[in-house]
Ligand binder design. Structure first.
Ligand code: FE2
Ligand code: FE2
Length: 273
């Protein structure tokens, strides 16, 4: 183990890990293998998993960024993914994109099933079904905000609000309803982790909001100990989607809403631009 205590910031860690990893690079390694090497070096130095977003590919960017393209990029047609219809519905996105991630998909489906069993109002069952949408198909960071923005043009304001604030509420127990700080967070963020000020502020704002309990109910039904083998059929939620999701006639992604571009990114996730 390296001297993690001397690494005061993520930048220090990245620089130190870059130096260590550079010494381990062997001839013929692909850029993916080099990325992997850097990540495992960072992990061993900090005893943490450090995920590297593409724009923080330190080694490549230190050299001035990726080399100019030598060939054509595949645009729009994505043969590795199921084809989407011309006018996609929310169900198309779930079946042909979001739920391709089996584990993440099970988490959403089982959370929604639990919400249904617990008798939550339908608009909150829908919130549970979609609460981690961004984690599964866009970005993990600030996932509550991303998902809320994707959904705001199409769902009840309260549904999107509950999704936005479930992210902050996850960090704060509420003994009055039996919600505890997730054991998973202790495991993955460490015992000492404290959410930053903006998360605390979001929590305090939500705590005093008339819809607090809606977001809290999303966290209460946000199943971490779900059964990876249980099968919940997404079609069980078709009626709720029909009643509480305003499907645009032009197809989700082609309706010029403030979120259309986010949905299109799911159809063609590898478009160059
Ligand atoms: Fe979440
Ligand atoms: Fe979740």
């Amino acid at each position: 183990m390296h001297e993690a205590t001397q690494l005061k910031s993520q930048d220090d860690l990245a620089i130190a890990a870059g130096k260590v990893a550079a010494g381990k690079v062997t001839a013929g390694m692909t850029s993916d293998e080099k990325d992997e090497l850097l990540e495992t070096t960072m992990m061993s130095m900090l005893d943490r998993k450090a995920q590297t977003p593409w724009f923080a590919d330190i080694e490549t960017f230190a050299k001035g960024g990726p080399p100019p393209a030598q060939s054509k990029f595949l645009m729009h047609y994505e043969p590795r993914l199921p084809q989407m219809p011309a006018k996609p519905t929310l169900m198309d996105y779930l079946k042909r994109r979001v739920l391709l991630n089996k584990r993440g998909g099970s988490h959403l489906l089982q959370s929604a099933k639990l919400a249904m069993k617990n008798g939550l109002p339908e608009k909150l069952v829908l919130a549970c079904l979609l609460h981690d949408l961004a984690v599964l198909c866009h970005v993990r960071t600030d996932h509550g905000y991303y998902a809320a923005q994707m959904l705001e043009p199409y769902v009840d304001e309260e549904t999107a609000w509950a999704i936005r604030y479930h992210q902050a509420l996850r960090f704060f127990p509420d003994p009055s309803v039996g919600y505890e700080y997730p054991e998973l967070y202790t495991r993955v963020f460490g015992e000492e982790y404290q959410p930053p000020a903006y998360v605390r502020q979001a929590y305090e704002y939500a705590r005093n909001h008339k819809w607090y309990m809606s977001a809290r109910l999303v966290t209460l039904n946000d199943l971490y100990s779900f059964d990876p083998n249980a099968v919940v059929d997404v079609d069980d939620f078709a009626d709720i989607m029909g009643r509480h999701f305003r499907q645009p006639e032009e197809g989700l992604g082609f309706d010029n809403s403030p979120a259309s571009h986010m949905w299109r990114s799911l159809i063609w996730p590898n478009n160059f631009l």
